[in-house]
Ligand binder design. Structure first.
Ligand SMILES: Nc1nc2c(c(=O)[nH]1)N[C@@H](CN(C=O)c1ccc(C(=O)N[C@@H](CCC(=O)O)C(=O)O)cc1)CN2
Length: 362
């Protein structure tokens, strides 16, 4: 069975570790639904309404006897495509009106395959919407000074509106020093302490919100999920996902609990949530028994697990046991094809916002 112990990744590394875990599908007991959570769509191509009902009388059932999968699949891939089309139109407008083309600079240090893939995908996404991209590739043994020099050059370059340092960085580098060096006006990753600070303060607006948490909220909005007054549980408290996701949910008037590696009874707490955002990097940790019937689940985990039948030798799974979640939740994001593609769509969105802000263009 999958481990029930999870860690708090302080950097992106824990999300993309190649950890191979075997698990088996046991029976799960689940509590009957206590109240409806309506999921309305305001987008014509997306689902109209979701609401699950069950009689209050029978208190417990088991997953083996439970209904067929009924959860709505929250399709991040198609929402991200829609967003790229919207961004493409904005880029054209900006260029035609004032002759400005947004520019994104990406710095990659080291030779991690997954990071190289993400950077390549970011470059392709920029091309697809008409954003200029600038790429710097440094070897694993590059010095922190070299990275800081590139950041300083990009900070002063008017053709660059967004700067991103791909994480994780090699262990000899001080991540915080490097993230702090990006000027906040170009911090399209939203990781600068000032941007995070503004996100945490009521009545204050950050210039940028971190892309993955922003993508999670965007999915909830585009699928018409009510957040105000709902109970939300964020599993994981990393700087790049869990913590900012909790702050964003709070700004949307959810009642937010963070479940982390030292939380007692994580299962019981999570089962109270109307909305779950899981970002711990532990394959299939959240079982059916953790989920309140009718909950909406945003699964941020992208975990490789051994799979001899796949050409890559592994396949990707989320933090949430998808098959079990599909039988209990109202709506759930798949992995792959859920939050991942939204991360890059939000990066493009932040880059265009930055270029517009630089020229006071609305
Ligand atoms: N500077 C940053 N570094 C990292 C971030 C970040 O937001 N800023 N996030 C992650 C990696 N990441 C983007 O950088 C990212 C991860 C995953 C995906 C994605 O689309 N995943 C696909 C599956 C891909 C596959 O098949 O291998 C999916 O979930 O469908 C996009 C971006 C850490 N570093």
């Amino acid at each position: 069975m999958v481990s029930m112990i999870f860690n708090d990744p302080s950097s992106a590394a824990a999300f993309h570790r190649l950890s191979f875990t075997r698990f088996s599908n046991g029976l799960v007991s689940l509590r009957r639904f206590v109240g409806p959570l309506h999921v309305f769509s305001n987008t014509p191509t997306l689902p109209r309404a979701l609401s699950l009902h069950a009689p209050r009388s029978s208190r417990f059932i088991t997953a083996s006897m439970a209904a067929e999968p009924s959860a709505k699949v929250i399709d991040g891939k198609s929402v991200a495509k829609q967003i790229r089309e919207e961004i493409s139109a904005e880029v054209t407008k900006l260029k035609e009106a004032i002759g400005v083309v947004p520019g994104l600079a990406v710095i990659l240090v080291g030779d991690r395959k997954d990071s190289a893939t993400y950077v390549r995908n970011k470059k392709k996404a920029c091309e697809s919407v008409g954003i200029n991209s600038f790429e710097v590739n440094l070897p694993d043994d590059a010095s922190e000074q070299e990275v800081l020099k590139y950041i300083s050059d990009f900070n002063g370059d008017p053709s660059v509106h967004g700067i991103l340092v791909q994480l994780p960085l090699p262990s000899h580098m001080n991540e915080q020093n490097i993230l702090n060096a990006v000027t906040i006006e170009k911090d399209v990753d939203g990781f600068h302490p000032l941007n995070i600070g503004h996100l945490a303060m009521r009545g204050s607006e950050p210039l940028f919100v971190p892309c993955t948490p922003k993508g999670c909220i965007e999915l909830l909005h585009r699928y018409g999920v009510d957040i105000k007054g709902k109970r939300a549980v964020v599993i994981g408290r990393s700087n790049i996902v869990g913590m900012p996701a909790a702050l964003l949910l709070q700004r949307e008037d959810a009642t937010v609990t963070i479940v982390h590696s030292r939380t007692k009874n994580p299962e019981e707490i999570t089962r109270q949530a109307d909305i779950i955002i899981s970002a711990v990097g532990q394959p299939n940790m959240v079982r059916g028994s953790w989920i309140k019937p009718g909950a909406v689940i945003i699964d941020v985990g992208i975990n490789p697990v051994e799979d001899a039948t796949s050409p890559r030798g592994y396949r990707l799974v989320g933090d949430v046991c998808y098959d079990e979640a599909c039988k209990i939740a109202a709506a759930v994001t798949p992995v792959p094809g859920g939050v991942g593609p939204m991360t890059i769509a939000m990066l493009l969105s932040n880059t265009v916002s930055s270029a517009k802000r630089a020229y006071n263009f609305n």
